[in-house]
Design a protein around this ligand. Structure first.
Ligand SMILES: Cc1ncc(C[n+]2csc(CCOP(=O)(O)OP(=O)(O)O)c2C)c(N)n1
Length: 410
């Protein structure tokens, strides 16, 4: 007889389920202004506290407090507000277009707008992003042509990717936006490699890798951290912890009882855990990490704490696995509302101006949609040429693909 009780397998579960509210205490939040701001040449092991606490600047009243707070230029904040709002309105309109069967698929970034927009505005235009499918805010902050983005979503005759990619899998080399791949995590190690190349060439550009909480469980995440540390790659390693990976809670990706930022420490990488819904904190933390990278001080891992407010994609129904009103109770609120409150508090903005901006942006997105639809929608026959299907598999069309194209009569 054994002295021990039978072993039991532990399977993490979220506290909230449909009809049962989430207990958000697991987030271990702390008040705005609490976290210290070390110099950028801090030793990675000395960021342990910053990887377990939460860097926040905006307090409950929308005031900027603490050592990370800086007096931000009104223009930059208004630019951020505009890009976030445009991203949200773009998402809402594209979601509707998917329901109207004009596009086959869509993914919103509702609630996560501050992270992609804020980091983009903190970096230089020629720095390179390796995004996931939920960072359309980068493209919008870099003023990608909306009508062209919509052509990609519609897979129409003007789709810059010629109908070869699922909607939202954009690619914008000129805007420093690496081609999105459906395979989770692959871009993380590629971001590190790009950053290493920048260092090998003696360039001054840095890379930003992006990954979701769920995808940190992929092997590529761990390979990326090892390479980034070993070669001190000039890269910002972003983890967007929106609490969910489709229907699985972040605990099942390894986030139970420990923050994902802490992972960085074990690899020898400086790490920060930041309020992802606090636009000012996003700017400040991104700048700090960028400065480290540019000064050859190495990579920084940043866990952004946020909430995936919408469904995972248009193929998902979150009411099957989480409380329907979960976002309303998420303690870090809505990034747009919080920046708006800050700007109003500083006398730089008003409700009336906000409404006027929303109307202006809504008209801009609607006009872009109309222009894009003139080149066809998913449901129409204005599609990219079938002959294009064989191009760019290799640099030059090999004989067997030429034969296949001929068999198609093209
Ligand atoms: C290698 C791989 N495994 C599984 C999938 C299917 N898949 C697509 S999105 C997703 C969830 C990703 O969650 P997370 O990384 O948290 O990002 P989020 O969608 O929340 O932004 C999964 C499992 C995939 N695309 N690639």
């Amino acid at each position: 007889m054994s002295d021990y009780p039978p072993l039991r397998l532990h399977v993490p579960e979220p506290s909230g389920r449909p009809g049962r509210p989430t207990d958000f205490n697991y987030l271990q939040l702390c008040p705005a202004g609490r976290a210290e701001k070390p110099p950028v040449d801090v030793a990675p092991v000395d960021t342990r506290e910053l990887a377990t606490q939460l860097i926040r600047i905006l307090d409950e009243d929308g005031c900027a407090v603490g050592p990370w707070a800086t007096e931000e230029a009104p223009d930059l904040l208004l630019q951020g507000l505009r890009a976030m709002l445009k991203t949200r309105l773009f998402d809402a309109r594209m979601l509707k277009a998917q329901r109207q069967k004009k596009l086959s698929f869509y993914m919103q970034c509702l609630g996560e707008e501050a992270i992609a927009v804020g980091q983009t505005l903190a970096l230089r235009p020629d720095d390179m992003h390796f995004p996931t499918y939920r960072q359309q805010g980068i493209l919008i902050a870099r003023e990608a042509p909306l009508d062209e983005m919509i052509c990609q979503l519609l897979s129409n005759a003007r789709d810059p990717l010629k109908g070869r990619q699922l909607p939202v899998m954009y690619s914008y080399r000129d805007l420093g936006f690496f081609s999105i791949s459906g395979n989770l995590g692959t871009q993380y190690i590629q971001a590190v490699g790009w950053a290493m190349a920048s260092a090998i060439k003696g360039d001054t550009r840095i890379a930003a890798g992006w990954i979701g909480d769920g995808a940190t469980a992929e092997g590529d995440f761990h390979a990326a951290l090892t390479f980034a540390h070993v070669y001190r790659a000039p890269v910002i390693l972003n983890i967007v912890n929106n609490q969910w990976a489709i229907s699985t809670f972040q605990a099942i990706a390894g986030g139970e009882g420990i923050t994902l930022a802490t992972r960085g420490i074990g690899y020898g990488i400086a790490a920060l855990r930041v309020d992802g819904n606090d636009f000012l904190a996003v700017l400040a933390a991104s700048r700090w990490a960028a400065e480290r990278a540019r000064r050859n001080l190495g990579p920084t891992l940043i866990e952004w704490v946020t909430y995936r407010a919408g469904p995972h994609s248009t193929s998902d129904d979150p009411s099957k696995y989480r409380p329907a009103d979960d976002w309303a109770h998420f303690p870090l609120g809505d990034p747009i509302d919080r920046l708006k409150a800050h700007l109003i508090g500083r006398g730089l903005w008003s409700d009336a101006q906000h409404q006027a901006l929303a109307a202006e942006l809504e008209a801009e997105v609607a006009a872009a949609q109309k222009a894009a639809e003139a080149h066809g929608t998913f449901a129409s026959d204005l599609a990219p040429s079938a002959a294009d299907m064989f191009e760019e598999v290799y640099q030059d069309l090999p004989p067997h693909l030429r034969r296949q194209r001929q068999q198609l009569g093209k």
